[in-house]
Design a protein around this ligand. Structure first.
Ligand SMILES: [Zn+2]
Ligand SMILES: [Zn+2]
Length: 350
């Protein structure tokens, strides 16, 4: 396959409050260096955290995107030869150190020395992206690229998040998912339901209610219309849920979500408000109520493979809409306003 000298990408101009994503067709294509592969992208999901790149909430690269699927077309020195021609997924975790105590236990997603796609290396909103050969995910035959894409961040984040309910929260227990109709949340509803939890989905609007219920939610609470705290109590014998996963990244969601968990319950932080925001709970409450608070950032390689297997079996069915690459800037704007139900995926230019 011949690789052109320039390519089309989505590029951030003036990252910050007036940041803007633009489509450029004059960008260069990177050379894969040691252990890296060059991937010709087919599809890329667009995630709410890509908004952080555009609006300058931290240090990121000019090209966002961390849910890419495509074919390996070139190997850098030392990269595994068997990857050539394979369909692979590119995730938020570009690489980890492989040497720290977390990496040795398989918790590569929490490595303190990790690099990230779109943050430390250019993201997947391009035609060709460079990825680390040891950290790409093989996409099984039978899972379409546009279906695999949102599983690479949205799905994996919730596979990781749901796993953090254990060992305290048992099958049959109540689990609240705050932000259940978005890109991450709706897959989380499906994963938690498969794991045997009774899912109470919280989000706003009829479209998100319909999606959450299709994914298996036992109940839906519309925060725009209902008293969320009371509604959760009414559904859970007055005590609150055994587990709460806060997927929404808004400060308001966190303020309220901490009130939804019962004593001795588990609260999992997944959604990412701006880094200046502090967790809204006093140590007195955490101590007296015996709460367990866990953080979850994406998931492990094993969780990724399990999720793709479930997708292949038709048990995980993310709601996707596929758009032309040129729609990327519009999708970022919609995500920033929390207007997207399910996941929007773009088709890389051929
Ligand atoms: Zn993401
Ligand atoms: Zn490490």
């Amino acid at each position: 396959m011949s690789i052109p000298s320039t390519q089309t990408v989505a590029w951030i101009e003036n990252p910050g409050q007036s940041g803007k994503l633009i489509i450029r067709s004059d960008a260069s294509i990177q050379e894969p260096s040691e252990n890296e592969v060059l991937v010709k992208l087919q599809h890329s999901g667009i995630c709410h955290s890509d908004c952080h790149n555009v609006y300058g909430q931290g240090k990121y690269t000019e090209i966002p995107g961390h849910e890419g699927v495509g074919e390996v077309v070139k190997l850098g020195p030392g990269a595994k030869e068997e990857l050539m021609g394979k369909r692979v997924g590119i995730k938020w975790l570009y690489s980890s150190c492989k040497e720290c105590s977390g990496c040795k236990k398989g918790n590569i997603n929490n490595c303190a020395k990790q690099s990230n796609t779109g943050r430390t290396t250019l993201g997947t909103l391009q035609q060709y992206v460079v990825a680390h050969g040891d950290f790409v995910t093989l996409i099984p035959d039978g899972v379409k690229s546009e279906v695999a894409a949102p599983l690479l961040c949205a799905g994996l984040s919730l596979a990781g998040g749901v796993s953090k309910l254990q060992p305290e929260v048992q099958p049959g227990d109540y689990v609240v998912i705050v932000g259940a109709g978005g890109g991450l949340g709706h897959i989380g509803v499906q994963i938690a339901t498969i794991k045997g939890y009774k899912v109470i989905a919280i989000d706003g609007g009829a479209e998100k209610e319909k999606l959450a219920k299709e994914m298996g939610a036992a109940a839906f609470i519309d925060f725009t219309k209902q008293d969320v705290v009371q509604a959760v109590k009414d559904l859970t014998d007055g005590e609150g849920a055994h587990g709460v996963i806060c997927v929404a990244g808004s400060e308001r969601a966190y303020e309220q979500a901490t009130e939804l968990v019962r004593n001795n319950g588990v609260f999992v932080c997944v959604g990412l408000p701006p880094s200046t925001y502090m967790f809204p709970m006093s140590p007195i409450h955490i101590a007296n109520r015996g709460l367990v608070i866990r953080g979850s950032s994406t998931g492990t390689a094993e969780q990724m493979d399990e999720l793709l297997q479930l997708a292949k079996e038709g048990k995980i069915t993310p709601k996707i809409e596929v758009f032309d690459f040129e729609e990327s800037p519009k999708i970022i704007q919609e995500l920033n306003k929390y207007e997207v139900t399910g996941r929007k995926v773009v088709r890389a230019p051929a």
